[in-house]
Write a protein that binds this ligand. Structure first.
Ligand SMILES: Cc1cc2nc3c(=O)[nH]c(=O)nc-3n(C[C@H](O)[C@H](O)[C@H](O)COP(=O)(O)O)c2cc1C
Length: 344
């Protein structure tokens, strides 16, 4: 239904406009989704416990889709096991000028240079206060105007404000669209940033898992540093990976656009990063695998490489909500086979 009817229609329009259009449709007619999409799979055998949280299934929505926490209920109804909101910053900001989102249809990919457009953490907090039936991750960042030397303040503000309302945190230092943000992935500033947040976290009565979201463009040496930092600061895990600056192998006209590339061309590198982190760390921490999952087999590849959970963004745009179901169905079929070591 999605690929044969809905997608051809949506793909006729500007990608960012379509994003807001589908948001408003889901908001108004979300209760009708069961007419268009098969009922999500609910099965106890899909549940898993990762970093102390119980996920109803391992397929989540990646950050950037519901930046302002406007749609988590409707998105959860489509079958996601968890939703990551954000990236949120302390103050609202517009992001980069439009056009800033490009479909690369021939490559099953997207290039975006949104630049953390969001309504600010306070507005999101208000929306998160309402009842919900899904695990929510809070992905946090810094405002564009905040220099890197003061970035820790921005992350701290977001952490403190979101603390009562999210189940886990993601420290995003890997977006290519905020100038110089990725410099925060270097050993010294990153240890300081994560150390500060983890200290605040440990002072809470019930600390929450903090994860680090990394770029797929890090070198092996930098990835080894990441392993050391995760172990040293004792954060809960890593999300691999964010969008890439690489343009290898692309054929689409828009491949020259500035920004981060996501979708199928990212799949191989993202899996490589997951495998590297898992093997070199001796499976010391859980990994959420994201990047180019467009089929159930793509998701399985991430889990086999060492991910405990997966997330979708571009695959969700191209394949629709059926993809969530397809992955969960395949996981159920594979129970006791390749996936058994990862199921708890
Ligand atoms: C339009 C767009 C906006 C995004 N915004 C964010 C963001 O705000 N924060 C973040 O951590 N990742 C963001 N991402 C990255 C995704 O969460 C994901 O890591 C990446 O797209 C790779 O997964 P995919 O190939 O399934 O899309 C964004 C991706 C896209 C396509």
């Amino acid at each position: 239904m999605y690929k044969s009817l809905i997608r051809p229609f949506l793909f006729k329009f500007d990608p960012e406009e379509v994003h807001y259009f589908t948001f408003s449709l889901l908001k108004k007619f979300g209760f009708l989704t069961s007419l268009f999409f098969p009922k999500p799979i609910e099965d106890k055998r899909l549940e898993r416990e990762v970093f102390g949280l119980k996920f109803k299934n391992p397929v989540g929505l990646a950050a950037g889709f519901d930046k302002d926490a406007k749609m988590f209920s409707e998105l959860s109804d489509l079958g996601f096991g968890f939703i990551e909101i954000g990236t949120l910053t302390p103050k609202a900001q517009d992001g980069n000028p439009k056009k800033r989102l490009f479909r690369l249809k021939e490559d099953s990919a997207i290039i975006n240079r949104m630049g953390f457009n969001n309504g600010g953490v306070d507005a999101a907090v208000e929306r998160l206060k309402k009842n919900r039936n899904v695990l929510i991750g809070g992905n946090i960042g810094k405002n564009k105007v905040t220099p890197n030397e003061e970035a820790v303040n921005d992350y701290t503000i977001c952490f403190e404000k979101l603390f009562p309302y999210v189940d886990y945190f993601v420290v995003n230092v890997s977006s290519p669209n905020t100038p110089n943000l990725r410099a925060l992935q270097e050993k010294e500033p990153l240890t300081q940033l994560l150390g500060t947040l983890q200290k605040l976290n440990s002072e809470r009565e019930k600390p929450k898992p903090i994860l680090l979201k990394i770029s797929p463009d890090l070198t092996d040496e930098q990835l080894l540093d990441i392993i050391d930092i995760v172990k040293e600061t004792r954060i809960a895990g890593v999300i691999a990976a964010n969008t890439t600056l690489s343009r290898d192998g692309l054929v689409s006209e828009s491949k020259g656009e500035t920004g981060g590339l996501s979708g199928k061309p990212l799949a191989k590198r993202s899996t490589e990063v997951i495998r590297f982190l898992s093997e070199k760390s001796g499976k010391a921490f859980p990994i959420i695998g994201v990047g180019g999952i467009h089929s159930a087999d793509d998701a399985l590849e991430k889990l086999e490489a060492g991910a405990s959970l997966v997330q979708l963004y571009t695959g969700f745009i191209y394949e629709g909500p059926e993809l969530i179901r397809e992955i969960n169905q395949k996981l159920l079929k594979n129970l006791g086979e390749t996936l058994s070591p990862f199921l708890k």
